[in-house]
Design a protein around this ligand. Sequence first.
Ligand SMILES: Nc1ncnc2c1ncn2[C@@H]1O[C@H](COP(=O)(O)OP(=O)(O)OP(=O)(O)O)[C@@H](O)[C@H]1O
Ligand SMILES: Nc1ncnc2c1ncn2[C@@H]1O[C@H](COP(=O)(O)OP(=O)(O)OP(=O)(O)O)[C@@H](O)[C@H]1O
Ligand SMILES: [Mg+2]
Ligand SMILES: [Mg+2]
Lengths: 165, 165, 165, 165
Amino acid sequence: ARKLFTETIDKVRENFQEVFRELFEGGEADIRLEEDTDPLEANIIIKARPRGKKVLSIQQLSGGERALTSISLLFSLYLVKPSPFCVLDEVDAPLDDANIVRFLKMIRKFSETTQFVIITHNKLTMEAADVLYGVTMEKPGVSQIVSVNLDDVDEIDPLIQDGNA
Amino acid sequence: ARKLFTETIDKVRENFQEVFRELFEGGEADIRLEEDTDPLEANIIIKARPRGKKVLSIQQLSGGERALTSISLLFSLYLVKPSPFCVLDEVDAPLDDANIVRFLKMIRKFSETTQFVIITHNKLTMEAADVLYGVTMEKPGVSQIVSVNLDDVDEIDPLIQDGNA
Amino acid sequence: MHLSKLQLLGFKSFPEKTNLVFKRGITSIVGPNGCGKTNLLDAIRWVLGESRMSVLRGSRLEEIIFAGTRDFKPLGMAEVSLTFDNHDQTVPSGYNEINITRRLFRSGDSEFLINRTPCRLKDITDMFLDTGLGPSAYSVIEQSMVDVLLSDKTEDRRYLFEEAA
Amino acid sequence: MHLSKLQLLGFKSFPEKTNLVFKRGITSIVGPNGCGKTNLLDAIRWVLGESRMSVLRGSRLEEIIFAGTRDFKPLGMAEVSLTFDNHDQTVPSGYNEINITRRLFRSGDSEFLINRTPCRLKDITDMFLDTGLGPSAYSVIEQSMVDVLLSDKTEDRRYLFEEAA
Ligand SMILES: Nc1ncnc2c1ncn2[C@@H]1O[C@H](COP(=O)(O)OP(=O)(O)OP(=O)(O)O)[C@@H](O)[C@H]1O
Ligand SMILES: Nc1ncnc2c1ncn2[C@@H]1O[C@H](COP(=O)(O)OP(=O)(O)OP(=O)(O)O)[C@@H](O)[C@H]1O
Ligand SMILES: [Mg+2]
Ligand SMILES: [Mg+2]
């Protein structure tokens, strides 16, 4: 079990270095086990350095950088053992549009083998989807599901089109 | 001190009931002190019920409803003792556009006596501002501040205009 | 393996029988705050075996069942069914289609079914071991996971790594 | 009373002398992820007396000072100045303009100034008592406060209420 775990860490690390570089367009990241401790007990330490910046602790990264680092790590785990489907709930909320575009490119790549269900308020993410469902509460407190096209989104999520136009 | 505290709770409650109804377009909310405990030690219990829904615990509210309830409570405190300025960091991120519009209307009302500095990625919030500053990092890792107009926002926050158009 | 259909009846804000058909690729779910999107995610977790109320955003298991609104009476049961296309035998069960159902009654009684055959909760969770689909695996991701993954307390992080191993 | 100017030099990602002029009403600050927006909020908190590194997103106080980048050397001092228009005598100090400055050197030494006169940190925090502007009051609000305000552990909530009393 110890050997399996350290091998997994190595595979995740390799993925993490690559996924991070792709989502951050550069920079570098690493994960390693706490030294001098049994691998089955050791802390997993994360290092992340966006392009052009100096290595700082994870806490000093911005909200959006932390979210994207976390997404990179989740994708790295996923690549070791892909799950058949993946449900994401508003993970794009702290990201600026340029980061959302890179995130969506990666999702599109993985979507050949994994089915993605993405809950979002962001128009870019909606545009990237193959299928769009709207959840409404015409009767207060009672949820219903409708199929929507991108053009009727603003009736489902009021003002989303005008508001962000 | 005990009397001052319970009087403050009463004032905040009164504000909370009103602010919540305005931001949620209905529904009702309340705060009260835990019973049978010294007011100076008691927990402050929050109740919130969006329009048309049954009273449920705060935990069962959605991400956006919790954010708006929290904003209502913060505004209620603020109204008891207005601060000269208020800095908000991406508090609009979990809100849909209809809620952001109501939130901004209230900010506009308070802005006659309070100066607001709002950090945001949302175009509606940017449009509501009197002054817009962009923070950029043309030199990696080095922040600079520029004045921007709404039309150059998409160069400061890449893709924000096209992405959400 | 991929999801083909989610069916809800009496689950949280879905009192009426509701179907959600999933195609391959990327599905996006949109709608205003509080309309029920995250409740769909809760339903998927719940039917896959999640029973921790902290994860399902409630305090008593009974809160899973539609509690009624101003205009609708509460219901006595919550039922969620999830259907998978299993032609690639990801779950080596001999079935090309796998339908799992979970029911909870106000009395506290539960029922579990695989392809309409009554079974125990354990049979459902065992079936998905090794597919990356256990309720706590990284196939359901919400925003709060960002901080969990990057926090100093690294037990949650370790858990995900162990799932990937 | 209102903010009129924020000046940073060597604070976090602002190595170059930077001015931010505030008008009355609503100011919005925008920019891509990681460009320095929240750092501005940290600067305002810090100059008003905040010293808790958990709030300032670091682990050692030294992390406040510009750490250098690939192209820029680290600096030896961080300085933030905040200027207030005090014509309405919100702070009954006799001054129409109040300028507070805080400096931190890598040696660990600190300097504090009010209207260019050296003083202690306590003089700065005392000055703002009763204006709702202490570093922990509700005049600086970030997204994470939503969960803090609504959480079951109610001490943080109590603290804000006490500030309002
Ligand atoms: N047992 C229940 N019975 C009826 N309604 C419920 C029940 N449990 C939760 N709800 C309702 O579901 C709503 C929350 O739904 P949900 O969390 O899915 O919203 P959401 O679409 O994710 O919104 P957001 O965009 O704000 O995250 C709450 O308003 C709550 O009233
Ligand atoms: N002492 C320091 N020296 C140099 N750079 C620093 C220092 N402390 C923090 N930074 C940098 O500041 C950046 C974070 O800035 P900040 O949190 O203000 O971003 P932001 O604009 O709020 O982004 P977001 O939209 O993602 O929240 C980090 O990338 C970090 O590298
Ligand atoms: Mg939600
Ligand atoms: Mg930030």
